[in-house]
Design a protein around this ligand. Sequence first.
Ligand code: ACM
Length: 255
Amino acid sequence: LQFHPEFGAPKQNLYKIKDSLNGLDADIIVLPELASTGYYFEDRDELNELAEDVSDSPTLIGLTKLCQDNGFHLVTGFAERDGEKLYNSALVVGPSGLLHHYRKLHLFNTEKEYFDPGDTPLSTIDICGAKVGVMICFDWVFPEVARSLALLGADILCHPSNLVLTYCQQAMRTRSLENSVYTITANRIGKEKRPRGELTFTGQSQIVGPKGDVIKSSGADEEAVAICEIDVSAARKKRITENKDLFLDRRPEFY
Ligand code: ACM
């Protein structure tokens, strides 16, 4: 789902997400980074006001209900408070509630001033017969993240994003190809005019196949849901040519 979250309006954003997704037939739907709060926080105090604790989160309760009503799973960006800590997180939510939790490892630009760096080990989760890994936005520029998740067996990398640079969509085709995995980059659109300045987000969310092929992509400035069916077994074939295996032919002793 690609949309324009309103800054500081979690209830409104939850309604928007519900309106956009209710009734859809899907197994896994990926939402943008920080989908319920917006992105460009003024400072840590403002983030602290808007962040939620997963044990007591109206957003998580609302998303769980949405999953129950529709039988799907959501991967969503989430501003997380845990005691004194504040994380740029992603949650995997299903009909039974929270299933998986990732805190962004590589914070972008001003995020370092108000978020704490992520501390959750990279891991995968089984959903509807697929192994799913989660990374967030700027993690794309550190290929170790996608590689680590792929080496853990991920078939699909879900990638909630709030992209402001223009390189990522192209780079994620390479992350898919070099690991033979599906990648789903769910970006946001729109502008945020905030005390620190103005940001324009680049849209062009995409679903990419294990050969780096763009299966679906959305426009730079449209609200859109893109759905496709995938063959998970294609991501389990790691040979790029008959005798060249992406994983077995690595030479980690030299890296
Ligand atoms: C980003 O990591 N939101 C660019």
